[in-house]
Design a protein around this ligand. Sequence first.
Ligand code: TTP
Ligand code: MG
Length: 379
Amino acid sequence: MDSQAVCENVSRIVYHCIMDPAATRKIVHIDMDAFYASVEQRDNPALRGKPIAVGGGGKRGVTTTASYEARQFGVRSAMPGYRAKQLCPQLIFVPPRFDVYQEVSRQVRAIFADYTDLIEPLSLDEAFLDVTVNKKNIPYGMDVAKAIMKQVEEETQLTCSAGVSYCKFLAKVASGFKKPNGLTIIRPKDAEAFLEKLPVKDFFGVGKVTAAKMEKMDIYTGADLKKVSQLELARRFGKMGVFYYNIVRGIDNRPVNPSRVRKSLGVERTLNKDLSTLDEIKPVLLDIIDKFCERLDKADNYGRTLTLKLKTSNFQTLTRSKSKDYYIKDKQEISQLALRLLRENQTAFDKIRLIGLTASNLEKEQEDLAGQQLRFDWE
Ligand code: TTP
Ligand code: MG
């Protein structure tokens, strides 16, 4: 190659990097360790070093999370309290203090903002950061992550774990790799080998329902997933199939987008004809509850607040909510709450033309992965 050709090649590469930021992105994913439980242990020294669960007390209580000491016994998030107690009889149940978690979350996000304005929170305790260009001019993503981890610990007395890579998907997977207080870097050249070994159930964006469906197709790991054609994946999983096809090859060009945060998840239906009695409305609501639960399970995302929306024939909208101090996952409980909201408000409406059910205060305030609409109407 002569010198002119070398120059042309170099300028092509430089041009490519400038024009295609995805080629050179540095993404950090931060996730607090045993978040609610760590806050409780921080604020109450008597709980330190002990197996604790936040929430889960009471008859029908469900744990939100467990300290690492409790996890050694198998106690996990979303576990019924009685089950957690069976696994770990000395477990201490602590009631949640959401206002404190929210305050810590704000504090941590303020630290992120010292480094970049490109912050995309996924929930109270995790966020993506694009640090390609950062306010401290730190050249390596790994060093930005280290600095953030140190500052979070200094300012909040809490630890977090970080993942660093060239795309969101890999940064997210990396942050979970060496928890707690761990830092994992996945470089472009290692990405495919890493993904081949990864169980599909651990892929960010593969929920329980999809993982089960994949297992029926004999897809257990990234290597298995890679053998399936794009056409087949699209046929089985729609738009998400194309997403899976790409991510298993380490291709994920989604930018860190501070504004694309999902706050609620729901289903609504515009009725063919206006309905007015409880007997008429109830079967429609039951059908909506079915679809709603399916949606939540598929997204593997649940809310602490359930909202019933009713629109009358003269276009007045009424919304009524119930909140719990845990994520409402159980279909029977969702049905009970939704029907109670309907019954309690039946005098407030006349003719109904639209019914909706929404979950908010979500576990994961994330963008919709494949960009598809989650809210849908049936006319
Ligand atoms: P996670 O980050 O999933 O869990 P964690 O921070 O407790 O533990 P890890 O070290 O593995 O990251 O969730 C953050 C918080 O969200 C968690 O502390 C409690 C809450 N949460 C629930 O309320 N219900 C749930 O099912 C889950 C998974 C989390
Ligand atoms: Mg966490």
